[in-house]
Design a protein around this ligand. Structure first.
Ligand code: ADP
Ligand code: UDP
Length: 240
């Protein structure tokens, strides 16, 4: 890889400037974190797995007319993406109760949620990404009312497409987190990554977790389950 200037080093990826001011080079890292970075481990091979899975999903979503920052998969652990003005929200959609939702509302993990629930978290590590609502989004000028309506619509559309995709891989999409940003033309598009780091994926038949929960809960081998997700996605024809 030629020398490039790092503009941001996060918990899972490094972002580099390129010769084109509208394009970023993304390097996935062999690192896994939980509890907002308080727990951190090196995990050799995770970068390649997540870059492969996320690139496959973004390419597949683009074929389904979901616009995103994704331009190309470069090496094993790298991508080129459109540089966006990020909207500092973690947008979570839930199809099934799990994680913080089950804890906060005392709802048994695995309870189906008939109409998907969308939640917003303000992306600010120093505040521990607080749960916020539409009024906070407007008060803090994070996004306009129209943009928020677009974000909700996009998130629901992405959920439908992802559910179709994961179903083909015999996986249930329990919940996921996405991030979005504005292009230089002001259009809101999907950004960041979609991987077992950012989704809860359960085996359709056994409800076994095939995602980062195995690391969060120390119940399994993260690389083994990410490899299983990659293997299942690889069986899906790209033209489906
Ligand atoms: P974190 O910041 O949560 O530790 P990462 O290690 O995944 O996360 O870092 C990637 C960073 O790049 C995130 O802050 C994310 O919001 C940002 N990002 C993702 N896609 C783009 C993009 N297309 N343009 C600009 N920034 C992006
Ligand atoms: N999530 C994420 N990044 C975060 C927090 C959550 O990608 O910083 C994802 C997580 O993997 C899950 C969904 O968002 O798929 C909902 O997570 P939840 O709110 O239940 O939080 P957690 O249990 O991870 O604390």
């Amino acid at each position: 890889m030629k020398t490039r200037e790092v503009i941001y080093e996060g918990k899972a990826k490094k972002m580099y400037r390129t010769d084109d001011e509208n394009v970023l080079f993304v390097e996935y890292l062999d690192q896994v974190t939980a509890l907002n970075g308080a727990r951190k481990d090196e995990m050799i091979g995770k970068a390649e797995l997540n870059n492969g899975i996320s690139s496959f999903i973004f390419a597949w979503l683009q074929k389904q007319k979901i616009e995103s920052h994704f331009l190309s998969k470069e090496g094993k652990t790298e991508q080129l993406v459109k540089k966006l003005e990020m909207i500092p929200l973690e947008i979570v959609l839930r199809n099934v109760a799990a994680g913080s939702f089950s804890k906060r509302f005392g709802i048994a993990q695995g309870t189906a949620i008939a109409n998907p629930i969308i939640e917003f978290y303000y992306k600010a590590d120093e505040l521990d990404d607080p749960f916020i609502n539409d009024d906070h989004v407007h008060y803090f000028s994070i996004a306009t009312k129209e943009e928020l309506a677009t974000i909700r619509q996009m998130t629901l559309a992405i959920n439908e497409k992802l559910q179709e995709l994961f179903d083909l891989a015999d996986l249930k999409l329990v919940d996921f987190k996405i991030e979005v940003g504005r292009t230089s033309e002001g259009t809101i598009v999907l950004a960041d990554e979609i991987s077992p780091d950012t989704c809860r994926l359960w085996d359709k038949k056994t409800n076994e977790s095939l995602d980062k929960d195995v690391y969060r809960k120390k119940t399994g081998d993260l690389l083994a389950v990410y490899r299983e997700v990659a293997k299942r996605l690889a069986t899906i024809q790209e033209d489906k």
